[in-house]
Each structure stands twice: as structure tokens, then as C-alpha cells.
Design a protein around this ligand. Structure first.
Ligand code: NAP
Length: 246
């Protein structure tokens, strides 16, 4: 299959749902071979089964908050494809919302461990493999607009995503000399399983504050990720692109 990402091996975390799933679809549409990982293997398998291209895509179970789990998957991927990916998308993420006065410390740790440390672990291990293989590449992290605006009930999630943006800038500086670019997308409110449980009252407020007066679709984030993954964005590095509807 020919396309913008033809011949590229793409690695997507959180690929069993929402933005990660649709990103896997669009990267495959654009010609990449996709390794879809999620802590829920059945969900990652369902993502791969729905891809209708002939490339040799696979689904694997991986927990981004576990260094061991990531090394195991990296080994399996390089053994299978004889090279590391040149596209890495960090989409795995969780919320555990509550007011700070009610939030158990464990919910702070869980969110930071997945969203912030998980991104760091994947950047470190996959970045090392990319640097050693010397083939360049593009890494895309998923932050959130609440990293910039703050949001009631998210004293764990908002700072974890602000950290992802800061980390993106640092690692872009460190990997630039190896021709590995690192950028972030900053979504607004996107219709995925993550936002299904948000109370209607809050949804109405979000819509009123959005210039386009609607929620985003995962496709609208995935298109930007595919652009950042491709050579069409070859001089974009160490930055974040807001995709919020204004
Ligand atoms: P989603 O539908 O819940 O998908 C996230 C996926 O990541 C789920 O399959 C989830 O599995 C998986 N996951 C969670 N923890 C993991 C771990 N430790 N290791 C591997 N996989 C893990 O959410 P989404 O809306 O697509 O979110 C994707 C990314 O976009 C997240 O980083 C999120 O913070 C960010 N984001 C979303 C929005 C939005 O409005 N939807 C806005 C801004 C940013 P489980 O289902 O088992 O948890």
C-alpha cells in the first residue's frame, strides 16, 4: 500500500480505545504497519482486526506504567520486525477525578504513574532503541487542554498532562541531534469512552466555552498525530498543537 507513512513501523499505546484506536486506524490508512498496545489485550486485538490493510500489524499487551512490561514488548517488536518503530504515539491515559480534599493519595499516584511516568518510560526505552538504530523518527505525546486551563477535580490529571508538555520539550532537545522529533497534541473535549461518564451539566458548559460549539471526534486528533508522525511536519519539533475547536 502506498501512502505518506508507507514502510514505516508505528507503535501506539492505549490503542484499544478512543484516540489510540482511531490513531492506529489512520496511521494504517496512511500506509504504516501498526503495533497496537494496550493494557487490555482484547481491546488492542479488536483495533487490529478492524484495520483493513494488508500490512503485518500486531496487537500486544503492555502496561505503560511498568518498565518490565515495556522492555518485554520492545524486545518482541524488534525481534519480529528486525527494527524498532520510527513512529511512537503515547496515547494511554487515565482519569481519577475528585476534589483535592476528597482525593485518595492512591488516585494521584495512579494518574501520574500512567500519564506522566508511563510517557517517560516509553520515551526512554523506545527512544534508546530509535537512537541506537539510527533511523530517525517521530514521537507524539498526548497532553490535554486542562494542562493549561486547569479543571476542577483534576489536581492529579491536569499536572500530569502539563508534565507531558514539559517533557516533550526536554526530550525533543535531547533527541533532535538523532533526527528523532518529539511533539505533543493538546486535545480539548473529545468524544471517547474516557469522557462518556462526564455529567451532562459539565458537557453543556464545555460546549458553551468552545468556539465551534461541539465536542471533537477522535479522528480530529488522529489526523494531527498522523501529520506529526509524517515527514510533512519535518521541521516541527518540541512543540504542542492545540486541537480544541477554539
Ligand atoms: P480512552 O478511550 O479511555 O483510551 C485510553 C486507553 O488507554 C484505554 O484503552 C485504556 O485502557 C488504556 N490504558 C490506560 N492505562 C493504561 C496503561 N497503564 N497501559 C496501557 N494502556 C492503558 O481515552 P481517550 O479519550 O482515547 O484518551 C487517549 C489519550 O488522550 C489519553 O492520554 C487522554 O488523557 C488524552 N485526552 C483525552 C481527551 C478526551 O476528551 N477524550 C482530552 C484530552 C486528552 P482501560 O480502558 O483499561 O483504562
Amino acid at each position: 500500500m502506498s501512502g505518506l507513512l508507507s514502510g514505516r513501523l508505528a507503535f501506539v499505546t492505549g490503542a484499544g480505545s478512543g484516540i489510540g484506536r482511531v490513531t492506529s486506524q489512520l496511521l494504517a490508512r496512511d500506509g504504516a504497519t501498526v503495533v497496537a498496545v494496550d493494557r487490555n489485550l482484547d481491546a488492542a486485538n479488536a483495533t487490529i482486526e478492524a484495520l483493513n490493510t494488508k500490512n503485518d500489524h500486531i496487537a500486544l499487551e503492555m502496561d505503560v506504567s511498568s518498565s518490565d512490561s515495556i522492555s518485554k514488548v520492545l524486545r518482541a517488536v524488534t525481534e519480529k520486525y528486525k527494527r524498532p518503530p520510527t513512529i511512537v504515539v503515547n496515547s494511554a491515559g487515565i482519569t481519577r477525578d475528585n476534589f483535592i480534599l476528597k482525593m485518595p493519595e492512591a488516585d494521584f499516584d495512579a494518574v501520574v504513574n500512567v500519564n506522566l511516568k508511563g510517557t517517560w518510560l516509553v520515551l526512554q526505552q523506545f527512544g534508546k532503541a530509535m537512537v541506537e538504530h539510527n533511523s530517525g523518527g517521530s514521537m507524539v505525546n498526548v497532553s490535554s487542554i486542562v494542562a493549561r486551563s486547569g479543571n476542577m477535580g483534576q489536581s492529579n490529571y491536569s499536572p500530569s498532562k502539563a508534565g507531558v508538555e514539559a517533557m516533550t520539550k526536554v526530550v525533543a532537545r535531547e533527541f533532535g541531534r538523532y533526527n528523532v522529533r518529539v511533539n505533543a497534541v493538546v486535545p480539548g473535549f473529545i468524544e471517547t469512552p474516557m469522557t462518556e461518564t462526564v455529567p451532562q451539566k459539565v458537557k453543556d458548559m464545555v460546549i458553551m466555552q468552545c468556539a465551534l460549539r461541539r465536542f471533537g471526534k477522535p479522528e480530529e486528533i488522529a489526523e494531527v498525530i498522523s501529520f506529526l508522525a509524517s515527514d510533512r511536519s519535518s521541521y516541527i519539533n518540541g512543540t504542542s498543537i492545540e486541537v480544541t475547536g477554539g
